[in-house]
Design a protein around this ligand. Structure first.
Ligand code: ZN
Length: 193
């Protein structure tokens, strides 16, 4: 492969991993609803769930997405650690830490990793304090651990900083764009229901 082709493949795999991990999060939200017979549809960046669910169910639905996010990350980190040959594993690891990274950013900037009350409800479902920050801290620790594992295993040099900065900006655009497009397409279909 030429250098450009490799570069292109790295970015494609990176963004595909973000897309996949966000979808697993939304899918995770829907599982408790489906188990209890409620209507629920996971779309790439948002879950649509029947309004008929109880408060208790809402907590489990919130938790389902959080478990999805954590599972994706743990599986990717595990594969990253045991793999020795796959040349794109850093791109996959980078894609998988984007969700915890976004939560951490929001936590540090505005004090809460997730919008609305998703973290609070998931914390209640886990037996943590509703208004506490346990999930904010868990995602911060996961995010930092992912970075530390990457640094130890890949031993990047300073030259990567330029690429990381571009990656950061593109990631913001990608994640925000994904949500805007997703909601523009699916809100009219599913919120009317
Ligand atoms: Zn969610």
């Amino acid at each position: 492969m030429t250098k450009n082709k490799i570069e292109f493949k790295i970015w494609t795999i990176y963004f595909a991993t973000i897309f996949f991990s966000v979808y697993v999060h939304e899918f995770g939200h829907c599982i408790p609803a489906w188990i209890h017979g409620y209507w629920a549809v996971p779309t790439p960046a948002k879950e649509y769930i029947s309004n008929a669910v109880s408060m208790d169910m809402k907590q489990n639905i919130s938790l389902g997405g959080i478990i999805g996010s954590i599972l994706v990350l743990l599986i990717v980190v595990f594969l990253y650690l045991i793999n020795k040959t796959y040349r794109f594993n850093s791109a996959i690891l980078a894609g998988a830490i984007v969700t915890p990274g976004m939560y951490t950013f929001r936590f540090l900037l505005i004090g809460r990793g997730h919008d609305a009350t998703e973290f609070q409800e998931a914390q209640s479902a886990l037996g943590f304090r509703y208004s506490g920050h346990s999930l904010d801290w868990i995602f911060l620790i996961l995010f930092v651990s992912g970075i530390v594992i990457w640094i130890i295993k890949s031993k990047p040099n300073y030259k990567i900083i330029g690429k990381l900065s571009i990656g950061f900006v593109l990631t913001l655009i990608f994640v925000i764009g994904l949500q805007v497009i997703n909601n523009a397409i699916f809100d009219p279909i599913f919120l009317a229901k």
